[in-house]
Each structure stands twice: as C-alpha cells, then as structure tokens.
Design a protein around this ligand. Structure first.
Ligand SMILES: C[S@@+](CC[C@H](N)C(=O)[O-])C[C@H]1O[C@@H](n2cnc3c(N)ncnc32)[C@H](O)[C@@H]1O
Length: 193
C-alpha cells in the first residue's frame, strides 16, 4: 500500500474541499437530490459522504431510520464499483490510498453531514464512491469520497450506485426490507434493496 501523503497519490484532490457549486433540488420521485451549476470533468472530486461514524451495534440500532446510513467497506471489494476510476485514470493503481477491507462501521448523515447526504442512487450513476485514507491508517474507517465517473453537464442530477444487495437488507426483527428505485434509468432494476 502506498502512503496517502505521497504527492503522486490520485486521492489528494479529495482533501482540498468541494470545487463545484452544488444545488440541492426537489426531484420528482426521489426526495431531495443534488446537481452542479458547473460542468464537471470526468474524474473530478465531488464531495465526501460526511457524517457520524458508528460502530456496528449502534448502526443496527438505527436501522429503522436508515435513509442516511452508509456502510463502510461493505461491497467495496467489488471491482465493478471501481470501473469509473480505471476509465478516467487508466494508470491509477486501484489500491493507492483507498484501502478496501470489510469492516463493521457505518456513517450516519442524519444529524451531521454535508451535501453528500442528498446524493441519490441511480442504476446508471454518473459518480462513484471510493475509500480514501489520509488522516489515519485505520483501514476499517476510510473516508468515503464521491468522484465523477464521466463528464457531467450543468444541472444534471449527481448520483452514485448505493450498491445494496437485493433481499439482503434487514430490519431489526430480521425481516427483509424492500425499497423501490425511481432513478428513471433504462437500466433500472426497480429496487434500491
Ligand atoms: C442519502 S438519502 C438521499 C437524499 C434524499 N433523497 C433526501 O430527500 O434527503 C437516501 C434516500 O433517498 C431516497 N432515494 C435515493 N435514491 C433513490 C432512488 N433512486 N429511488 C427512490 N428513492 C431514492 C431513498 O429514500 C433513500 O433512502
């Protein structure tokens, strides 16, 4: 693993803050969403998914209000989620800075967060989430950073794939939870989870 403070690290851009003018707007069927007033070049850093860091037990306790929970590590070993990075930066080593390992932590953006909490899911997303380590070396608690997977014109809704596994999201009683997807993509699977 490369150290995250190396100048060559592709993820350092995520430490320099949000560069685009974001607008939170009301979507037709997905509640609030986020779009940019500026064009966004492919590969650009968008924002962090900021929030309260929870251990597994506390996250489980909050599953009844899961709108803003982001499980860290879960499914982030899935290479398909990293496709955007290799498309826009073919030379980028996938393991640089972002360290991918399952852990029992969750970010909750209900009480504390930033614009990242309003970014919706799409089955054909224009952003991707990436694990980034820079201020500590605990692989279980990476920062979750959103990057543009393509050139995005102004006012197009920003979305990433939430990467839930269908029929594997449970409520506190162990029952399978289901949520319909209204992303509107021709590729839509119909379910968020
Ligand atoms: C992190 S929040 C995103 C912001 C949210 N739309 C709001 O109004 O605050 C995640 C929640 O937004 C809704 N959502 C996001 N993407 C969706 C989609 N493609 N279809 C339906 N609902 C979606 C779901 O209720 C989901 O639990």
């Amino acid at each position: 693993m490369k150290k995250s403070n190396e100048a060559s690290c592709y993820n350092r851009v995520s430490q320099q803050g949000i560069k685009f003018q974001m607008e939170i707007f009301k979507t037709e069927a997905r509640g609030w969403g986020v779009r940019s007033l500026n064009s966004i070049p492919s590969g650009s850093f968008i924002c962090e998914y900021a929030g309260e860091l929870l251990e597994e037990k506390e996250a489980e306790r909050r599953t009844s209000n899961d709108e803003y929970l982001f499980d860290i590590g879960n499914n982030y070993n899935d290479g398909s989620l990293w496709g955007g990075l290799s498309n826009v930066m073919p030379d980028a080593p996938l393991s640089s800075c972002g360290v991918v390992e399952d852990g029992g932590f969750t970010i909750d953006a209900v009480e504390y967060g930033n614009v990242g909490r309003f970014v919706n899911h799409s089955c054909s997303p224009n952003l991707y989430a990436q694990n980034v380590l820079y201020d500590h070396e605990d692989k279980r608690t990476p920062h979750i950073m959103l990057f543009a997977a393509e050139n995005i014109p102004p006012l197009q809704e920003l979305t990433y794939h939430y990467n839930y596994v269908i029929d594997q999201v449970y409520d506190s009683s162990g029952n399978i939870k289901k949520k319909s997807c209204f992303c509107g993509s021709s590729e839509c699977t119909g379910r968020l989870y």
